[in-house]
Design a protein around this ligand. Structure first.
Ligand code: NAP
Ligand code: F7E
Length: 329
């Protein structure tokens, strides 16, 4: 039985990837940082699985990572942990860079020392293309990061390449474009919109405050994207891959799609809040994942409209259940 370690297990991607690997018969060690509230909602469905183990780990803790490698002897490591919110990275740049850039450096050093045959996946991001005007972007496109988060991801991305070349590690970066789901963090724009639409529809909220509606993103479904992570580590040769849908839509288009489904009036319920704009914006992202299609045989299954509808229908059901479920004594 193969063993995989996943950092960031409590996040959106960590939970989908763990389900995917458990279904493939892996033993999965999920790593979670200590938080004062339990926050394991996303992993409740497999928490008690016989092949799943939850352990503590923080990206700044090198010794802990060494011990975990020695204890579990994994064949694969997926580094998904990060302070992943772009706007927050302008507010907490030092914390973000320490986690996002230095975390993978510490992990690669541990792999090199403990067992250089371990296969490593790094969660790189389309944010690395930043303000590069020449979309669509592929693996060769110029990286022009536009936030502390993206600058740190560029560092980690280059480092993976450097460790692959220098030490022969099987280390790959997936350059994933935005991917969403009903498990998306509630402060990212898609989920913020679907949750607000559900609450407005049910009478629990009146206004939705948003920032830049003109930004365009290549939005896919997280459940589809974790398969690509796994496929990268099954290849003979480690390489980097762009993972995207090849379609781009504005935040406004996502808002319109959800509000149309919810039969809500944007004029009546949505207001622009200038404090939600970023010091520097990434205006346009569009990926070209031809390499992943050709070499991994990967392609996205769920596209924009279906994704928006899936997220809204999950939120309306969940909020209805939370609001109207019978209360105990
Ligand atoms: P997410 O939902 O924000 O999850 C991030 C995970 O990292 C959470 O489990 C979080 O723990 C953990 N974490 C944060 N800081 C940590 C630290 N210092 N030590 C240990 N764990 C820490 O992110 P996601 O959407 O699943 O994304 C997964 C990865 O892909 C991230 O690296 C992200 O930057 C990258 N990425 C995401 C997208 C996307 O569109 N989703 C696109 C490209 C790349 P808590 O639960 O305690 O906060
Ligand atoms: O913003 C605009 C905002 O925060 C998308 C992360 O997973 O994907 C994600 O980063 C767009 C931006 O995601 C609001 O200005 C408008 O243009 O949902 P987001 P992101 O910044 O694209 C990449 C690939 C990652 O790697 C990241 O980890 O929406 N926007 N109004 C807003 N954004 C937010 N959050 N909130 C608003 O009210």
């Amino acid at each position: 039985m193969k063993t995989a370690i996943i950092t960031g297990i409590t996040g959106q991607d960590g939970s989908y990837l763990a389900e995917f690997l458990l279904n493939k018969g892996y033993f999965v060690v999920g790593l979670k940082r200590r938080t004062s509230s339990i926050c394991t909602d996303r992993i409740d469905s497999f928490y008690d699985h016989a092949n799943f183990k939850l352990r503590y780990y923080n990206l700044n803790d090198s010794g802990c990572f060494y011990r975990l490698l020695l204890e579990y002897k994994p064949q694969e490591i997926y580094n998904l942990a990060a302070q992943s919110h772009v706007k927050v990275s302008f507010e907490t740049p030092e914390e973000t860079v320490n986690a996002v850039a230095m975390g993978p450096l510490r992990q690669l050093e541990a792999i090199r020392a403990v067992d250089p045959t371990i296969r490593f996946y790094q969660a790189s991001s389309s944010e690395m293309f930043g303000v590069n005007p020449d979309a669509p972007y592929n693996e060769e496109s110029r990286l022009m990061p536009a936030s502390p988060y993206a600058c740190a991801k560029v560092f980690a991305h280059n480092l993976v390449n450097n460790y692959r070349e220098s030490y022969g590690l099987h280390a790959s970066s997936g350059i994933l474009f935005n991917h969403e789901s009903p498990r998306r963090g509630e402060t990212f724009v898609t989920r913020k919109i679907t949750m607000a639409a559900a609450k407005i529809q049910l009478g629990f909220q009146d206004k939705l405050y948003l920032g830049n509606l003109d930004a365009k993103r290549d939005w896919g479904f997280a459940g589809d994207y974790v398969e690509a992570m796994w496929l990268m580590l099954q290849q003979e040769t480690p390489e980097d891959y762009v993972i995207s849908t090849g379609e781009t839509y504005s935040v406004k288009a996502f808002l319109e799609s959800v509000f149309e489904t919810a039969r809500l009036d944007i004029e009546k319920h949505v207001e622009i809040d200038p404090s939600l704009f970023r010091p520097q914006e990434v205006p346009y992202l569009l990926g070209d994942s031809s390499k992943a299609k050709k070499k991994l045989g990967w392609k996205p299954k769920i596209k924009f409209k279906e994704l928006a509808a899936m997220m809204y229908s999950y939120d309306i059901k969940r909020i209805r259940e939370l609001a109207f479920e019978p209360k105990g004594e």
